[in-house]
Ligand binder design. Structure first.
Ligand code: PMP
Length: 359
């Protein structure tokens, strides 16, 4: 049976080729005679898998020796805490942009570790349907970092350009990681949880500039240095999640031919659906046009009963999971890497057909 892809915001879908390979290797990983789930994390095979995954990620992000790349656990929620603890001292200035739900979580968690947190710009007065203008992102002199959430999964907005900030950036790239090329010149640290465009949940990727890590005498588990020294195996690593991440990275390299083509495909997918919304008399989106996310399309019929009816209509056509937005503001279709142009085309067709049933 061919699985149907899901437009859910998480867990994001896995490419069919990856699911097939997992099935093929389930009882015998790399001729070991064992399932990857039973492999010792101290074995050579496990070490090779972790090293290969780190190497592929480094290559995709074009990281040089100035950077470390870590495979951690604890999700982005843990990085809301771990990043400030490692990149700043208690009384340092640390700046944040409030672009909606996940950035607010990051701000609230940072306040547990840093005494001088400032929100330097916010989308609140535009109900987070627009991002603050990039020219207004003036971080404080000698702030340690400026935190941005590159794609706002809940609000449906995305920074299409990063600020040319004199303050180094700290990025939560959880929901657009490896969906596009993110320039890292001004960045000191980027973290991304799984699973959206890569992974399986259980792995969190952290790319951090060596020089940005401070010696803060942290508990070992929270200290990036412990994980760097131990090659991302400071404690028992989630091998199955790393394995699936590795397969997805290979899929990205083989099927698509690199990040810039993936970005182009993601642009085409998003254009198809935003065009369908803009051309429709039923569907609408309130997200500011220039800030629209290529990953999470937030839209509505303007009426919660009819939103729900459309989600059910999609389900009836085998289109999973057009979600009712958790904020009660309509629907959300997430277009992560494994969603194909054909998948989006079926959703667009469903939008047209549904409107015909109403006329
Ligand atoms: N940041 C963003 C942008 C997210 O989309 C999410 C999860 N959807 C998180 C952070 C939280 O990630 P986790 O569940 O791994 O803590």
């Amino acid at each position: 049976m061919t699985p149907t892809h899901s437009y859910s915001d998480g867990q994001g879908p896995l490419p069919t080729a990856v699911l097939n390979q997992i099935q093929d290797e389930m009882f015998n990983y790399s001729n070991s005679g064992k399932s990857i789930m039973e492999l010792s994390h101290k074995s050579i095979l496990a070490r090779d898998l972790i090293d290969d995954t780190v190497e592929r990620l480094r290559k995709s992000l074009r990281l040089d020796d100035a950077w470390d790349l870590l495979l951690l656990q604890g999700g982005a929620s843990q990085q809301f805490v771990m990043a400030p603890l490692n990149l700043s001292k208690e009384f340092d200035k640390v700046d944040y942009v409030d672009s909606g739900y996940w950035s607010q979580q990051a701000i609230s968690e940072a306040r547990h570790c840093a005494r001088n947190v400032s929100i330097i710009a916010s989308g609140e007065n535009q109900h987070y349907q627009a991002l603050p203008s990039i020219d207004t992102l003036n971080s404080r002199a000698d702030a340690r970092y400026l935190h941005l959430c590159t794609n706002n999964t809940v609000m449906g907005t995305q920074w299409h350009q990063l600020p040319d900030s004199p303050t180094p950036l700290l990025l939560d790239a959880s929901s657009d990681f490896l969906s596009r090329d993110i320039p890292l010149e001004n960045v000191n640290c980027l973290y991304a949880h799984a699973q959206k465009n890569i992974g399986l949940a259980g792995v969190t990727v952290v790319a951090v500039r060596k020089r940005a890590i401070l010696n803060n005498n942290l508990p070992a588990y929270l200290d990036y240095m412990s994980h760097i020294t131990a090659g991302s195996s400071y404690h028992t690593p989630p091998l199955f999640s790393i394995y699936v991440t590795n397969l997805m990275l290979k899929w990205l390299e083989e099927q698509i031919g690199g990040l810039s083509s993936m970005e182009e495909i993601n642009r085409q997918k998003a254009k198809l659906i935003y065009d369908a919304i803009d051309d429709s008399r039923l569907f609408r989106t309130h997200v500011n046009e220039s800030d629209r996310s290529l990953m999470n399309v937030v839209f509505s019929t303007g009426n919660s009963i009819s939103d729900e009816a459309f989600a059910m209509y999609c389900k009836g056509r085998g289109i999973n999971t057009i979600e009712l937005h958790p904020r009660g503001t309509g629907l959300r279709a997430s277009l992560y890497n494994a969603i194909t142009i054909d998948d989006v085309q079926s959703l667009v067709t469903a939008m047209h057909m549904y409107q015909l049933t109403l006329s």
